[in-house]
Design a protein around this ligand. Structure first.
Ligand code: NIG
Ligand code: FE
Length: 408
């Protein structure tokens, strides 16, 4: 956002994870122009304004690589139903679940949807998120999927945050297509996706491949349509059962397979071979009181990169703290602290195809930097709460400066 102050200048007296030789960096033209020891600051940068980071820990901007952030309404009533004993599948079959958010999303105007979603986005940004994926999938009709994706693009432009849009038309069967799944998938592939892609609204394509979602064959049909348009794919895979979706997605070079509680050894091998990222979503696991932990040890052994995301959505993960998800990925799934931190930075960037620009602090990259007032980096995973950074530099601008101490 243009009114945010430029971060151009020298940021010194900071700490960098894993590199004790760096205690300062320079931001110039919204990029990281230099990193190193302030004692060897190049002469050409000497005149830049300086900001004392007060020994803060500098981390790359966080990346939330799987969200359903744009939707109408909320579903607290289903939370109550599940507390009374109903399962997610039972709630969905009773006409609740995704379809109830579809009705609320269809009823909302674009501006209303924008306002509701902006409030949520601001919470994620306040914790240092600098890139976010936003899926459609609560419209399930061309005009309403378009409305969701347009809101996602507007949020990116207005808030100065990298937004990757994902078309998830194959999220659920809309009520008007009940019993006609084949016709709906044809609509998704032949009309909705080509139209939205032509409007520049689609960065990737996703499917909910599940018993209560779409079959393996339907998933492949959507992947073929995406491939024909040159769009990368990703998948809601193996969340409630082993459908074999992960291996299918890997054959299409998927950026990521997400959820994967029931991922098989064959699925892991296929993901390793294709370089597909495993996206762990502990918020949905927790909310659904799942007990089937994703095969972390096998993913680790295979060298499959593991990302961690909020999966923010009104049904199964009404969560707006990516650090809380890192905590849960460690506590519930046994990720190490370095794995959890890589999961919300480097590997999350890879899950969005942003590995060359996001997720790592390096010279030549856009300045997306978070300064944390923590003594031990493990604190970012340890505290069981939303955490407020000292400073967030997003797209080269000072977007959060909570203490107000850095710039008198
Ligand atoms: O990622 N699994 C499907 N999609 C979402 C849930 C959406 C909803 O319940 O509204 C998920 O968990
Ligand atoms: Fe999801």
């Amino acid at each position: 956002m243009q009114h945010l102050p430029s971060a151009d200048g020298i940021w010194h007296n900071l700490r960098l994870l894993g590199d004790a030789t760096v205690n300062a960096l320079a931001v110039q033209g919204s990029q990281i122009a230099w990193m190193g020891d302030i004692a060897s600051l190049p002469a050409s940068l000497q005149a830049l304004p300086r900001t004392d980071a007060h020994n803060a820990l500098a981390m790359p901007g966080l990346v939330d690589c799987h969200t359903h952030l744009v939707y109408g309404g909320q579903r607290a009533n289903e939370f109550a139903m599940r507390l009374a004993g109903a399962s997610y599948e039972e709630v969905a079959k009773a006409g609740g679940g995704i379809v109830s958010s579809v009705l609320a999303t269809r009823a909302a105007s674009e501006d209303d949807l924008y306002a509701q979603s902006a409030t949520r986005l601001q919470q994620l940004l306040a914790e240092g998120v600098c890139a976010i994926e936003i899926k459609s999938g609560y419209g399930l009709a061309l005009e309403h999927e378009r409305k969701q994706l347009r809101v996602a693009r507007r949020l990116g432009d207005d808030f100065g945050v990298t937004v990757r849009t994902t078309f998830l038309g194959a999220h659920a069967l809309p009520p008007e297509y009940a019993g006609r799944s084949h016709d709906y998938i044809n609509l998704v592939c032949n009309e909705m996706l080509p139209a939205l892609a032509a409007e520049g609204l689609v960065d990737a394509v996703d499917v909910f491949c599940e018993r209560i979602g779409f079959s393996l064959a339907e998933t492949e049909q959507v992947f073929q349509a995406a491939q024909a348009l040159g769009l990368p794919v990703k998948l809601h895979a193996e969340q409630l059962s082993d459908m074999g979706g992960s291996a299918l997605a890997a054959r299409y070079g998927a950026l990521s397979n997400d959820h994967i509680e029931h991922l098989s050894a064959a699925g892991i091998e296929a993901m390793r071979a294709s370089g597909t990222v495993a996206v762990l979503l502990p918020g949905a696991y927790y909310t659904l009181r799942d007990t089937h932990v994703p095969p972390i040890a096998a993913l680790r052994a295979a060298g499959v990169p593991m990302a961690v995301s909020t999966d923010h959505n009104p049904g199964t993960s009404p969560c707006l703290s990516l650090l809380l998800m890192a905590n849960m990925a460690s506590t519930l799934f046994r990720l190490t602290v370095p794995e959890a931190l890589a999961g919300i930075t480097t590997h999350a960037a890879r899950a969005l195809g942003l590995q060359d620009t996001h997720g790592v602090l390096a010279v030549g990259r856009p300045a997306n930097i978070v300064l944390w007032d923590v003594q031990d980096p493990a604190e970012l995973v340890y505290w069981l709460a939303h955490q407020t950074p000292r400073t967030v530099i997003r797209q080269g601008r000072v977007a959060v400066d909570t203490l107000g101490l850095l710039r008198p």
